[in-house]
Design a protein around this ligand. Structure first.
Ligand code: MN
Length: 197
């Protein structure tokens, strides 16, 4: 079994002007694809070649000798998840069951949005901002580099990639503007609701 690069769930220009086709060309076509190519080379002819991507992440997270495998496997998973968290004409206030959970946890959607944006702004260097389910609770978290809530027993509901390659072509150093644009215009709440258990 090899790890696949999933198709983008929309056209390369679907997220413009908030995320340009140029960014998706590089981000999906180069960065994400490279992580897929790398993990397949790293697990080729090893016991991990028969495992699912999620199993590889959990195994490698517990073994410091497998840091390269963890980094590439987690980046494949994180990116495949991130693309699904976005859609054309998405964003704005949450809809469905997640909306009630967000309100009961943070008091209002605006407070939630502010904390999610703040998690992205305050992550030093590369990483990811997340909405996760931790037991029965919703939490906003951030992870560095390739790290993923899957390695910490949490269930990801939503992520925003905050590596510079996610926004630099469109926003240069203005990470906060990218985070606001994604939260207000691109979050796929149907996908977030589908992840709730
Ligand atoms: Mn990325």
């Amino acid at each position: 079994m090899s790890i696949n690069l999933p198709e983008l769930p929309y056209g390369k220009d679907a997220l413009a002007p908030f995320i340009s086709a140029n960014t998706l060309d590089f981000h999906y076509g180069k960065h994400h694809k490279t992580y897929v190519d790398n993990i397949n080379k790293l697990i080729d002819s090893t016991d991990l070649a028969k495992k699912s991507l999620e199993e590889i992440i959990i195994i490698a997270a517990k073994d410091t000798s497998k840091a390269g495998i963890f980094n590439n496997a987690a980046q494949v998973w994180n990116h495949s998840f991130y693309w699904q968290c976005l859609k054309k004409a998405g964003g704005g206030a949450a809809k469905g069951a997640i909306a009630a959970k967000i309100n009961s946890t943070w008091g209002s959607f605006d407070k939630f949005a502010e904390e999610l944006k703040n998690a992205g702004i305050t992550q030093f260097g590369s990483g990811w901002a997340w909405l996760v389910q931790d037991g029965n609770d919703l939490k906003i978290t951030k992870t560095g580099n390739a790290d993923t809530p899957l390695a910490h027993g949490q269930k990801p509901l939503l992520t925003i990639d905050i590596w510079e390659h996610a926004y630099y072509l469109d926003y240069q150093n203005r990470r906060a503007d990218y985070l606001s644009a994604v939260i207000q215009n691109l979050i796929n709440w149907d996908f977030v609701n589908a992840n709730l258990t």
